[in-house]
Design a protein around this ligand. Structure first.
Ligand SMILES: [Zn+2]
Length: 214
């Protein structure tokens, strides 16, 4: 019954997206070029700069590239999965600048299985696939947390405490792990993933996100 409900919600969401695309054909959210939500020219502009905050590489902030916010929104909430390619391409570019080891595995931040069922894809995993190194799908959400974007700073930290655990049989002790997420707000998501990985004996842990801001 629940599965049926989820399928109906997804079907309506897809019909909605389809109708919106007929009424409002795609145009680049950065420059207005027709045919795509995010053109190659605007994507290439985001391959410069980048910074490191502690152990996390941040490709761009929403202040530097305000159009990145609606692009990510379309990617996550409007089933625009083809945006994983340009967004992940930007991440790959920055990744290569900051990470040189050939012993790296990427660990995407997981979604809770309930949210994964509704969305049908994990945006962090799709981005990680574009970056290059092997992916280790070792983390799981132990509980269904509230969306971070809807919470204040203090609640965001509390919301994610002990929200991640390791899947059985995980062995990454000799690897350099880079956690992959889409947006950095307080950093608490990556910190909590990091905590779960440290408990599993991983010593070298970093993170990479495409954007910071809220
Ligand atoms: Zn553009």
């Amino acid at each position: 019954m629940l599965e049926c409900g989820v399928m109906i919600v997804k079907l309506f969401a897809k019909i909605n997206v389809f109708l919106l695309e007929i009424l409002f054909p795609r145009e680049c959210l950065g420059c207005g070029r027709p045919g795509t939500y995010f053109c190659g020219v605007c994507a290439e502009k985001l391959c410069t700069g980048g910074r490191r905050k502690e152990n996390i590489v941040i490709c761009k902030s929403f202040d530097e590239a305000p159009y990145l916010k609606p692009v990510i929104h379309h990617f996550k909430y409007h089933f625009a999965v083809d945006l994983a390619r340009p967004l992940g391409g930007i991440m790959r570019h920055h990744f290569k600048k900051y990470f040189k080891s050939d012993n790296i595995v990427l660990v995407p931040v997981p979604l809770h299985k309930k949210r994964l069922r509704m969305r049908s894809f994990n945006q962090s995993e799709l981005l990680a696939r574009e970056i290059g190194p092997p992916i280790a799908d070792v983390l799981k959400r132990t509980r269904d947390t509230k969306p971070q974007a809807k919470l204040g700073r203090a609640d965001r930290l509390k919301n994610l405490t002990d929200a991640f655990g390791l899947k059985p049989g995980t062995n990454l002790e000799d690897k350099v792990v880079v956690i992959v997420d889409d947006v950095y707000t307080t950093g608490s998501t990556i910190k909590e993933c990091e905590r779960a990985l440290r408990n599993a004996g991983v010593r070298e842990i970093y993170g990479i996100v495409i954007a910071s801001g809220c």
